[in-house]
Design a protein around this ligand. Sequence first.
Ligand SMILES: Nc1ncnc2c1ncn2[C@@H]1O[C@H](COP(=O)(O)OP(=O)(O)OP(=O)(O)O)[C@@H](O)[C@H]1O
Ligand SMILES: [Mg+2]
Length: 255
Amino acid sequence: MIEARGLTKRYGELTALDGVTFSVEPGEVVGFLGPNGAGKTTTMRILTGFLPASDGSASIAGHDIFSAPIEARRAVGYLPESPPVYPEMVVQSYLHYVTKIKDVPRAERAASVDRALERCGLGDVRRRVIGTLSKGYRQRVGLAQAIVHDPPVLILDEPTVGLDPIQIREIRNLVSTLASERPGESARTVILSTHILPEVEALCQRVMIINGGRKVVDSPLEELRAGGSLEEIFTRETARDTTDAGSDETAEGAA
Ligand SMILES: Nc1ncnc2c1ncn2[C@@H]1O[C@H](COP(=O)(O)OP(=O)(O)OP(=O)(O)O)[C@@H](O)[C@H]1O
Ligand SMILES: [Mg+2]
């Protein structure tokens, strides 16, 4: 469902992503781990068509992200690290606007919005202005925009970051529901990044760890557990020094 071959991203001197290859089967929920600056967001932005790769290739649901970018983007729902939620917009108008961008046929837009509102628990706030919602509810709006066109693949960049423990649990349950059900279709394929290791244990069947732009672990969670706790494995596999040499963010937008 997701294939990545030799994905590489260079920012000037810095190689943020260095030949990352993996494939994710339909219905799999994969936890994407790595220390700050490891390349998780970079990988996700490439897979979702927001960032060109310097080298390598990838496909989503059989659509090559470079030669068939429109089809590939249609097959994926993306919750970015900082969701581009428009604070002045009303929840349901925003979702309706997203259905237009995502080419949902006109006749299906209202039903798509209703379905996303319902599944993300947003029914009661559908007429609220997004900027007046709590952070947890704004995160639900972010998830609703990711699923509103009913994509087979979800790519979620730190879906529970910055939330209180109760909201974390609620969003985690929501992600679990969204992963397992898709009306009339098979389960969704999900890649989610997080720094919360119990989140991986709660949601994922498989774990990928990247460090300094290279994949260092790719294994079913059960197999990993046989070799120690996830925390031990994470600590061991990311011990190599990869100080964030590229933390000078002035090169924003460089290809
Ligand atoms: N626009 C850019 N220009 C230059 N360097 C960049 C740019 N965007 C990202 N980088 C660098 O690429 C590397 C990978 O960053 P990325 O955001 O993918 O890491 P991450 O794994 O998502 O980290 P975090 O856990 O902090 O979100 C980092 O060294 C980062 O500083
Ligand atoms: Mg990131």
